[in-house]
Design a protein around this ligand. Structure first.
Ligand SMILES: [Ca+2]
Length: 255
């Protein structure tokens, strides 16, 4: 069945619009027979586990039923940053979303940002930066702006981030499953970037302290807002970590 050909038909274009605008990522829901199919990993010793049951996101999946997720393990007493990423090509407005939960807070922080997965360096070439502090707050940082929300350990959250590479602005939301939804809008990119070419999640460890496991599910990158944002939740919460990496393929221009 050649879905691409069918979808190109004018007759059914509308019906397939959602699919066409959807997934850039492969196996973003970790549902393939191999949960990490399509993903590249940097595991060090800590590793990445496939999980199921209660460790799967309760949020709806745009790709059907969700029966699996992944867990990025930390490793007490050692520098270790298990990470997984995908490389792709996409232009125009981009929506990046994912579900996560954290098992514990610590003196360390997780971060979500856009960086070279090959170096894991942070601070340069990022549209934004996401981290979880020892205070248990989810922090979304962009140029001159910050979004901070405390999160509940063990709960699932959905993060939706819209990036506009023309205006170099972004917005997003953090929603606790069954709970509150908070948003940030019109933030400016930390660094000017032409496009997003990678997504990376990292259980970042900046010291030798234990920093808790990160669970991930329903990772999505689309050209248009195809991922429904939970809109009926009410109040606070948030938290966790992750790494979204956007890679500048054409070199690191310093703004
Ligand atoms: Ca899943």
């Amino acid at each position: 069945m050649n879905i691409a050909k069918i979808a190109s038909s004018v007759v059914v274009a509308a019906a397939f619009q959602a699919a066409l605008s959807a997934e850039i990522l492969v196996n973003g829901g970790f549902e393939s027979p191999n949960p990490l199919a399509g993903w590249s990993t940097m595991t060090f010793d800590a590793g990445i586990n496939a999980v199921s049951g209660g460790d799967v996101s309760p949020f709806g999946s745009s790709n059907g039923a969700s029966t699996k997720a992944v867990q990025l393990l930390d490793r007490a007493g050692s520098y270790a940053s298990p990470a997984l990423y995908q490389h792709f090509s996409i232009e125009g407005p981009v929506r990046f979303s994912f579900d996560f939960r954290l098992s514990e807070f610590s003196s360390d922080y997780w971060f979500v940002s856009t960086t070279y997965h090959s170096t894991q360096s942070q601070g340069n070439s990022f549209p934004f930066n996401v981290r979880i502090g020892s205070d248990g707050a989810f922090k979304f940082l962009a140029s001159g702006s910050s979004f901070v929300q405390p999160i509940d350990l063990g709960d699932w959250y959905r993060v939706v981030i819209d990036l506009d590479f023309v205006t170099q602005r972004l917005s997003g939301s953090l929603t606790e499953f069954g709970g509150a939804r908070a948003t940030w809008t019109d933030f400016r990119f930390l660094q000017k970037m032409p496009t997003v070419t990678d997504v990376l999640f990292e259980d970042y460890v900046s010291t030798t302290a234990k920093n808790g496991d990160l669970f991930l599910d329903n990772v999505s990158v689309t050209n248009s807002p195809a991922v429904p944002e939970p809109s009926t939740y009410g109040v606070v919460a948030i938290g966790a970590l992750v790494v979204l990496v956007v890679r500048r393929r054409f070199g690191r221009k310093r703004g």
